[in-house]
Design a protein around this ligand. Structure first.
Ligand code: FAD
Length: 453
């Protein structure tokens, strides 16, 4: 891969076959697929690093995943990439104790007891997963059934179960964790879609979400893919506008440079897309989705907890600024913990005292000695964490993103067919959109040959 950090002004369109916007997993995968079939590709990446919403960075005296982390064998695209580059996985530790909040006080018990408490309510909540999504990588296969549930929120469907208060509160926290945002804003269809991807089994889905990490970190896989393409990569290239017509795409970056190509793939997160001027504007349902954004507006923080040494799992209440904790790395006389919360603005990821107050409700006396986090929601190149859709997104907006607009295509975990919201979905959509451009390219070449013959 050529690392060209400064754009060269040029006015001779098209400069390359494909412009790929963004160097997260979707962009890198698309670039590799295209260049390996002989197309010229330039990647425009706003940041000075690869990986987007995955970031294996220094913190708390080790390397930590500040963004996307866990992968699973039920996720076919990322699993294939790991095999391709000979990269393994490492398990997160099995928790030996669970803490949770019940009837206004902390409780502790066996992790299996907590899982058992979640089992029946989750089964009932997601019972229709395979009925609505019999083939989860074709999410609109049963469009009428999907439409029937797509306007409902996760909160509404939980309320409709009529569960005893304690079970309901636990289930609400569990889904607030999955949404990384408010369950009042998250589509019920997204919950069904997630569980359909693990053959209707919510517990396997939970395992997929928090059990196996990439050995050497997500950055290792991102760099392996990047090393496998000779696409030109321009860091610090902040896309501010995208103009396209039937012949070409013209992309302008913040430094005023114009880049032209026959095709373009935008892998910008939905929220980041709202900062880009599109000419012509996106069709209404897509535009509406861009303005609404995703429901995943929460936080993920790392901190060191003194005095606790055994791996644990802990659930608070859904409205707490942090309501899920997982002890990840035993560390001397303490443990390094991950915490998740539903609203990034509700807690400063660098404020150890605030974090200590929340975890202290579940583990009284626990002392936070160091913290590390990143505010993805305030980050202009993300604006969201993992994309959990709002009601209506799946049936109204997603088909438009899948179809693309003229020579502009969309890839990324916000637009995936299968594991939307995951690294797997990013890779899948990068692959799918690259193959579509390759097919068009071959067909265009064949037409030219036929005309000249
Ligand atoms: C806190 C957190 C935890 C997560 N946990 C998991 C997990 O455990 N497992 C899992 O599978 N997934 C997880 N995810 C989700 C996963 O990380 C993402 O879904 C996936 O990495 C998205 O890849 P992408 O290529 O679609 O988008 P991104 O990684 O967001 O890539 C888009 C790229 O576009 C760039 N960009 C944005 N705006 C512009 C612009 N104007 N000009 C140029 N470039 C721009 C960005 O800098 C970025 O590099 C998590 C995400 C977060 C934030």
């Amino acid at each position: 891969m050529s690392l060209n950090t400064h754009a060269r002004p040029t006015s001779r369109p098209p400069e390359v076959d494909v412009l790929v916007l963004g160097a997260g997993f979707a962009g890198l995968t698309a670039a590799r697929e295209l260049t390996q079939r002989g197309l010229s590709v330039r990647i425009l990446e706003a940041r000075d690093r690869l990986g987007g919403r995955t970031w294996f960075a220094d913190g708390l005296g080790r390397r930590l995943e500040l963004g996307g982390t866990w992968v699973h064998w039920t996720q076919p695209y990322v699993w294939a990439e790991l095999a391709r580059y000979g990269i393994g996985t490492v398990p997160s530790p099995e928790p030996v104790i669970a803490h949770w909040w019940e009837d206004g006080r902390p409780r502790s018990g066996e992790p299996l007891e907590l899982l058992a408490r979640l089992d029946e309510p989750n089964r009932r909540l997601t019972a229709e997963a395979r009925l609505v999504f019999p083939e989860p990588f074709h999410p609109l296969k049963r469009a009428a059934l999907v439409e029937a549930v797509d306007q409902e929120t996760v909160a509404e469907r939980i309320a409709a179960l009529g569960l005893p208060q304690a079970d309901r509160a636990l289930l609400e926290t569990f889904w607030t964790l999955n949404v990384n945002g408010s369950i009042d804003a998250a589509a019920y269809s997204q919950a069904l879609r997630w569980v359909a991807l693990t053959n209707g089994d919510w517990a396997v889905n939970f395992e997929a979400c928090a059990s196996f990490k990439i050995d050497g970190g997500t950055g290792r896989l991102a760099h392996a893919i990047a090393d496998d393409t000779d696409a030109e990569l321009r860091f610090g290239a902040v896309v501010v506008s995208v103009e396209h017509d039937e012949d070409a795409v013209r992309v302008t970056t913040a430094d005023g440079t114009t880049h032209t190509a026959r095709h373009s793939i935008s892998t910008l997160p939905l929220a980041a897309l709202s900062r880009v001027r599109m000419v012509p504007e996106l069709p209404d349902p897509m535009l509406e989705a861009v303005h609404q954004g995703q429901a995943g507006l929460g936080t993920k923080v790392w901190f060191r907890l003194e005095g606790v040494t055994e791996p644990f799992v802990a659930f608070g209440e859904k409205d707490w600024p942090l309501n899920f904790f997982q002890g990840e790395y035993p560390d001397g006389d303490g443990i390094i913990v991950i915490g998740f919360g539903p609203e990034a603005s509700a807690i400063d990821p660098t404020d150890g005292a605030a974090i200590e107050r929340v975890i202290g409700r579940l583990i009284p006396g626990a002392r936070v000695t160091d913290v590390r986090g990143h505010d993805w929601v305030a980050d202009p190149f993300a604006g969201e964490t993992w994309p959990m859709h709002r009601p209506g997104y799946l049936t109204r907006a997603l088909p438009g993103f899948h179809a693309g607009v003229g020579r502009l295509r969309f890839a990324g975990s916000d637009y995936a067919h299968g594991w939307g919201g995951f690294i797997d979905g990013a890779i899948e959509s990068g692959l799918v959109e690259a193959r579509r451009i390759l097919t068009e390219h071959v067909e265009a070449g064949a037409r030219l040959l036929a005309v000249s013959a």
